[in-house]
Each structure stands twice: as C-alpha cells, then as structure tokens.
Write a protein that binds this ligand. Sequence first.
Ligand code: UDP
Length: 326
Amino acid sequence: MKKKLILVTGGAGFLGSNLCKVLVEQGNYVVCIDNLYTGRKENIVDLMEKENFIFINHDIIQPINLDTVFSFKSGDISITEVEQIYNLACPASPIHYQKDPIQTLKTSVWGIMNMLAIAKKTNATILQASTSEVYGDAQITPQNETYHGNVNTIGIRACYDEGKRVAETLLFDYHRMYNVNIKVMRIFNTYGPNMDPLDGRVVSNFIVQALRNDDITVYGDGEQTRSFCYVTDLIEGMMRLMNSNDTIHGPVNIGNPGEFTVKQLADLVIELTGSKSKIIYMPLPQDDPCRRRPDITLAKEKLNWEPKIQLKEGIEKTMQYFKEII
Ligand code: UDP
C-alpha cells in the first residue's frame, strides 16, 4: 500500500491516539495536531519515538499556514502533500465540553473551516468525526442517518451538538461548492484503552469506581440506554469510511447496536471487577438522551463493516487498561 501523509486533529485524544497508532503501524507519515486540552501526551509517548510520527501542539481554532513543512526524521514533507485529514479535535465528554461551551463551538465550527481550507487547497480527503449527539434526545430508535434529530438548541449540550451539526453542514457545502472529497461519520459511545480516567464518561467512571471499591454513580434511575462500541471496532469503521469509494460521503453511523441501560452497565462492571462497590443514584443531567442505539445498516452495506467485540469482552480489556494506569 502507498504510504500517505495524514493529518489527525485531536490525535492525542482517546480516539485520535488509537487511530494514529494504526496509521503509524501501516507506515504512513502521521502528523498529530492537538492542543492537549483533553488530549494527553501519555497516549502518544510510544508513537513519539517512531520516525513516521510527529506531534504538533496547535489549536485548530487557529488556521494552519499552507507553507508549513513537517520535519520527520527521514526528511521534510510539505503540507501540500497531505492526502487525508481526520478531524477529531473537540472535547467529547459532557463535563469537558460544557466547561467552556463557546470554545467548544469554536473548535467544531472554526476548526472544521480551517481543515476544509487545507483539504480544498491540497485535494486531501477529509473525514469528520461527527456524533450520535446530532440526533439529540432522539424520538425514534434505533437512529438511522435520515433522522434529523431532536436537539435543544439552547440547552447545555447544544454547544457540542450544534457545533457538530454546523460542521456537517460546512462539509457538505464545501463538497457542493468546491468538490472537496468529504466523509462524515457519526460516532456512537465508544470506550477502551487510552480513555482518561478523569474523563467523566460512564464507562471510565464505573470501571475506575469499581476498581477502587468506590460508590458507582448512576445518574437518574439508570434506565436510560447507550450502545457501547469498543475502540478497535470504531477505528476500523473510521478507516474503512476514509478509504471508501469517492462517491461515499456519509453521514454513516459507526457504533455497536447492542443497547444497554446504564444500570445494566453498572451491574456488569461490578460483576466483572468483583468489586465491593455499591450503586448510588444521582440527579440526571439536563437534556440527557433517554435512548441511543445506532442503525448500522448503511455501514454494513457501504463499508462492509460491523463491530466484532461485544460489551463483556470489551469491558474486560478496558478494565486491564485502567488497572495498569490508576
Ligand atoms: N452517567 C452515569 N454515571 C456517570 C457518568 C454518566 O449514570 O458517572 C450516564 C449519563 O447520565 C448518560 C450515560 O451515562 O445517561 C452516558 O454518559 P456519557 O457521559 O458517558 O456519554 P453521553 O451522555 O455523552 O452519551
């Protein structure tokens, strides 16, 4: 396979670092762009030693100069040679994206505009990490890509949801106006190694709490559902979309259709860790979606993709990761 110059924004984050690892293993030249707001250097320390990987501390809210030259150990490569851009940069956990909602919106909207400018200039294919949050508190289940969603535009989740929705619009407008080759994936809840123990997501919270025998914090009555995809499955789907036929633009749902209540997840984590933790109930955050489950018919048809790792196996692998780092 021909080696490519690939930009990954948010490359030090949970998904970005897992993606960079695979791209580097394939021998591509990978430029990881991250401002380390939620991304972590720990996630990329091993990659930093590779000659085909470089890290650039940059906030994508600021434009990237098209005269930029990336200095790899084996030589310089101009940004004009970039072939693929994965735009993953944006805090994704409610506690992080709600901390500075205006910054979150700028990251999604100004960030994608800056990346689209590069894609337009270089003819690179650009993949946007969109989200199941574009469906908001969905009134249909499972959610398929034709559903237009139910987002509270003035609620506390809107900075993330609306930012990602505008980003999708911009991608399709750049495609229609300038023929930029775009790929939009809608990512459903994902978990696995390189999650930040302080991320505040349900999977990381529950596993860390269980390993420490702390109380397990279920928000609301725990009857709300999520569908959890193991990270290697998600990265495989993402790369298949990026490398798909030029006529495929998405949006495509990538997630695991296995649907679980938050209470079921808590029980499973307690069982698998053998923890003495007790479940406690806390208030449900505002606008927390009731049901979330992807319809992945399109991903199956167009990308020949479906997840392989089911929840029990994925939680066991993720437990191992957290045991090593906390
Ligand atoms: N949640 C919970 N306890 C926690 C963290 C989250 O019960 O310690 C709930 C949260 O209210 C939501 C679900 O788990 O209903 C998934 O939350 P997460 O933040 O992981 O993802 P998102 O809400 O963005 O899907």
